[in-house]
Design a protein around this ligand. Structure first.
Ligand SMILES: [Zn+2]
Length: 192
């Protein structure tokens, strides 16, 4: 729609299924925008579970909690929309209380993250309030899901993020957490 020509994470999910035999793929999207393209591509597909937290109502207009998939994909889309100003409580809460049990039921062979950092505080487009520490916690939740279900197979794909310093700082925290490094206090200072 407005931002992307190719849907990297959808291509990655299909590639993993077709070339590497991943049966069930879980995609979690913490970008501040609803992942409308990803949702649409897999809306009727029972083999891909799509979870998204996003600012709502907002661009691109989709992503209400009523949108849950259809046919074989019924129940495989889980939207958690939140108003502008939402932050740690709402978003980490949704990952813990909605995504973790959904993953328990879905049992993914592969976990993918649509890692958008326009949900970070200070982003010029988004109006969520996540901090670098919150992204570390979200990353740890995803690592736990992958540890439990997918033999730790997890791939993170960069999505939005429009504050260059905020993006650099949040990506650093995310990648350090993925790599198992402890993020030092005060390391959020950015050098874009
Ligand atoms: Zn975005």
């Amino acid at each position: 729609m407005g931002f992307c020509i190719f849907n990297n994470i959808a291509i990655g999910a299909r590639y993993a299924q077709q070339k590497h035999g991943a049966g069930r793929v879980l995609i979690a999207d913490w970008d501040v925008h609803h992942g409308n393209g990803t949702q649409e591509i897999f809306y009727g597909d029972g083999s891909v579970f799509f979870f998204s937290t996003h600012q709502y109502p907002w661009y691109p207009g989709t992503g209400s909690s009523e949108e849950t998939g259809y046919g074989e994909g019924e129940g495989r889309t889980l939207n958690c929309p939140f108003p502008a100003g939402a932050g740690r409580k709402e978003i980490i809460g949704a990952f813990r209380d909605k995504l973790v049990p959904a993953a328990e039921e879905f049992k993914p062979d592969l976990v993918l993250i649509s890692a958008g950092f326009d949900s970070r505080a200070g982003d010029p487009l988004g109006h969520f309030q996540l901090t670098d520490a919150d992204f570390e916690e979200l990353t740890n939740i995803m690592l736990e899901i992958a540890d439990v279900h997918s033999h730790s197979r997890l791939v993170s794909v960069l999505e939005g993020g429009y504050s260059l310093s905020g993006l650099a700082s949040a990506v650093r925290a995310h990648v350090q957490t993925l790599s198992g490094q402890t993020v030092k206090a005060g390391s959020g200072t950015s050098r874009p």
